[in-house]
Design a protein around this ligand. Structure first.
Ligand SMILES: [Zn+2]
Length: 535
């Protein structure tokens, strides 16, 4: 009897010294609430309404739960534009949802700067949790946001360290980040993690990183650096990554790295088992998982209720009738030859900027606007970002280098793949206002042939005005570096590229667009091959 009593007593006391904590992470929600595509209205198992259901279900299994987010929360969906620009009196939708769910912290993402610093600061005020970024520094070199937060969960001190991709300046307008600089992730984390362990007495240290996995060979200040963090920063227990919109569930040096894809298509989970040794909690095991909502996951009623007024206002805006299109706009063909869709984008840019030439990437690979009556919803899908239009002056030589830089997008013509996977479609600009061909049998850097302006070969020293997005102007896709452009824009639009496009299609009762056949590839990419090989 006494022996059994002691075995039971020991078993109970061991159990009392062990604790499970779960940390649940979202990232790159970009304002997605409902389980559908806002433009095509096709159902997709994603968004806050389904994720909130998963979160509540997981928390019911273990009350020792922390909720975290890795950023890119405030910009993306039309709902974010309508709230910021048209209905600023309504609460920021994602922050309202995160408040209701009881989030502990969110890392600041690059897109969270897109509506300007005052908008980000207002969201910070509305949030009942801190927006963290330890490597975003102000003019004096001090952190511009709270760098970390320590939360006590069932007696365990959990430090949440926030980090932001250092490449923010290449991804948002300079005016949005005035006076801010971004330190390398590893440099900041190496300085702070020992401080969290010693001064803050943290038992657990979790990094919330608005940066993707990247590679171990990545350079300092690389856009994606989560793997480098795991490699080079001792003392981390788990990393919640973000930014690259990938689903990540892996381990490096025993540290789980999880990334909940994007738009609420997944929920990242890290389970920690802690044991008490000599009065202090130690992590005995760590495991990372991704949980996914599906068709059967019900929408959370509180999320629907919190966003109802804003969703209705957004639908009214998106359903505003636009022009009557005389031609289909089909993005599937936009990378094989000039197309009516690209003509629309080029015409808007050239007209707004008063430029001879226009450079732009395809707005997507599967966008389709059928001819007939249209609405704002369809055109919004062509320019979901907040970038503006700029006019720069370049030489004929720079124009050729610009086109060569874009032509990296294609694989060699004899390879089975059509496109080079390291240059995504949105980094491939086509130029309107000149004629040229891209010889895909030639190596990168010497593919542009027969470049002509108004029928005459372009001379190296010739001068052109070029309309392009401010995303390009400020470094996106590496075009300005590739052409050695160090000047200033002659002009930058007040309105966003999207609002210029919408003004264009709202002003015209009917709209016909004709492809100019100004450029083509050699060999010519026939439509069946594009469909067979398109990614
Ligand atoms: Zn991002």
């Amino acid at each position: 009897m006494a022996r059994w009593f002691w075995i039971l007593f020991i078993a109970l006391s061991i159990q009392a010294q062990e604790l499970r904590i779960q940390i649940l992470g979202t990232t790159d929600m970009h304002g997605h609430v409902l389980a559908q595509d806002a433009f095509s209205l096709q159902p997709i198992p994603q968004g806050w309404a389904k994720i909130a259901t998963l979160i509540r279900r997981q928390r019911a299994l273990n009350p020792n739960t922390l909720l975290v987010d890795s950023g890119d929360t405030l910009q993306g969906e039309p709902i974010n534009y309508v709230r910021t620009m048209l209905r600023p009196e309504l609460p920021e939708p994602s922050i309202a949802i995160m408040n209701a769910l009881g989030y502990a912290a969110m890392a600041v993402g690059n897109h969270d700067f897109d509506f300007g610093l005052p908008n980000l600061r207002a969201a910070e005020k509305q949030a009942r949790f801190p927006l963290l970024s330890a490597n975003t520094l102000d003019r004096t070199g001090k952190p511009a946001f709270l760098p970390y937060r320590v939360v006590v969960v069932a007696g365990v001190r959990v430090a949440l360290l926030g980090l932001t991709t250092p490449q923010v300046p290449t991804m948002t307008e300079p005016g949005n980040i005035e006076g801010l600089s971004f330190e390398d992730l590893v440099v900041t984390a190496r300085r702070l993690v020992p401080q969290l362990r010693k001064q803050e007495q943290a038992d657990v240290v979790i990094a919330l990183v608005h940066s993707g996995l990247g590679s171990l060979e990545a350079l300092d200040r690389a856009e994606d650096g989560a793997l480098r963090l795991a490699e080079a920063v001792p003392g981390l227990d788990a990393i919640f990554a973000g930014h690259s919109h990938q689903a990540v569930q892996r381990e490096h040096k025993g540290i789980p790295i999880v990334q909940a894809q994007n738009y609420g298509r997944a929920l990242a989970q890290v389970e920690l088992v802690l044991q008490k040794e000599q009065g202090r909690w130690r992590v005995a095991s760590r495991a990372g998982h991704l949980l996914r909502p599906d068709e059967a996951t019900v929408a959370d009623p509180e999320v629907l209720q919190l966003t109802e007024a804003l969703r209705k206002a957004t639908d009214r805006y998106l359903d505003t009738p636009a022009t009557e299109l005389a031609v289909d706009l089909d993005s599937r063909w936009s990378r094989m030859e000039d197309s009516p869709l690209m003509q629309l984008i080029h015409q808007v840019q050239r007209q707004a900027a008063g430029a001879q030439l226009s450079a732009a990437a395809a707005p997507g690979t599967r966008l389709f606007i059928p001819k007939g009556p249209t609405s704002v919803r369809q055109f919004y899908a062509l320019a979901p970002f907040e970038s503006r239009v700029a006019r720069i002056r370049i030489t004929g030589d720079q124009l050729k280098r610009y086109l060569e830089h874009g032509a990296r997008h294609y694989a060699y013509s004899w390879e089975p793949d059509l496109y080079n996977p390291t240059v995504p479609f949105y980094q491939y600009d086509m130029v309107d206002g000149v004629s040229y061909a891209l010889d895909l049998g030639k190596p990168v850097g010497s593919r542009v042939v027969n470049l002509r302006y108004q029928g005459h070969p372009v001379k190296e020293e010739q001068s052109f005005t070029l309309a392009l997005s401010t995303y390009r102007l400020y470094g996106g896709g590496g075009y300005m570096e590739a052409i050695g452009f160090q000047g200033k824009a002659e002009w930058v639009s007040e309105a966003s590229q999207r609002n210029l496009l919408l003004a264009f299609v709202l002003a015209k009762p009917t709209l016909n667009l004709t492809a100019t056949q100004s450029w083509r590839t050699v060999p010519y990419l026939d439509r069946q091959r594009v469909l067979d090989l398109a990614r």
